[in-house]
Design a protein around this ligand. Structure first.
Ligand code: DX5
Ligand code: ZN
Length: 223
């Protein structure tokens, strides 16, 4: 089965003073990845719902909100109500992941579950049928521009195997350190959605960088 890779540039590496222009520069991507950090779940603070609402109002692409926050039960549904296409919460922060997935879907979004590099997939196999996307973090969450961790790829391979064998029905997303040197490994392992921050916004021509990443992922995904 051939899968069309999806590219989701991360606004974390964009110019925060010019977000309306920055989303236009990536208009030929698939999703806009928005990293919400609360300075508690991760040691960094970025933006929250008011800014997401502002981006949603001007974005040519659906929003992919990655919530690196505590108490997602309380906050995540607001991002779905704001119109985000996909809202991902961290497994490590959820007391009841199934309930969060239900609330996100009731509010009209896809529901995503994210795993930090050290969090095993096995621990969440029973709740994953409630989710539409699985975000495998390929760096420690918190900052852009870190190095890709290949040791996280067995989780991508296992999730892909479970999808191919019909045990799960979800998109497998990778986030962190994805660039021209690493995207092929992630695609070969079976990822569907590729988040890239510095590789897109650090490029002279973000549209060209997106096209190149997409072509690399498509070729590697067929191997
Ligand atoms: C890290 C964020 C990522 C980050 C990726 O915590 O979740 O989305 O923006 O940035 P790069 O692609 O530069 O590693
Ligand atoms: Zn992210």
């Amino acid at each position: 089965m051939t899968r069309d890779p999806m590219i989701a540039p991360s606004l974390l590496s964009a110019d925060f003073a010019r977000l309306a222009d920055e989303v236009q520069r990536i208009a030929d991507a698939d999703w806009v990845h928005v990293d919400v950090m609360d300075a508690h779940f991760v040691p960094n603070l970025t933006l929250g719902l008011p800014v997401v609402l502002a981006i949603q109002a001007v974005s040519p692409l659906p929003l992919d909100c990655h919530l690196m926050i505590e108490d997602p039960e309380r906050w995540a549904p607001g991002y779905a109500e704001a119109g985000a296409r996909n809202v991902t919460v961290h497994a490590e922060a959820c007391a009841d992941p199934r309930a969060v997935a239900r609330d996100l879907k009731a509010a009209g979004a896809l529901a995503g579950l994210a795993l930090k590099p050290g969090t095993p997939l096995e621990a969440y196999l029973d709740v994953l049928p409630a989710f539409d996307t699985l975000l495998v973090m390929t760096v420690e969450p918190g900052f852009g521009g870190q190095s890709f961790m290949p040791e996280t790829l067995p989780k991508v391979r296992e999730a892909r195997r479970l999808v191919e064998t019909g045990h799960l029905r979800l998109l497998v997303e990778v986030d962190g350190g994805i660039n021209a040197d690493t995207i092929e490994q992630a695609a070969e392992a079976g990822a569907d959605v590729f988040v890239a921050g510095s590789a897109v916004y650090g490029a002279d021509d973000p549209a060209k960088a997106i096209a190149a990443l997409r072509a690399q992922a498509a070729a590697a995904g067929r191997r």
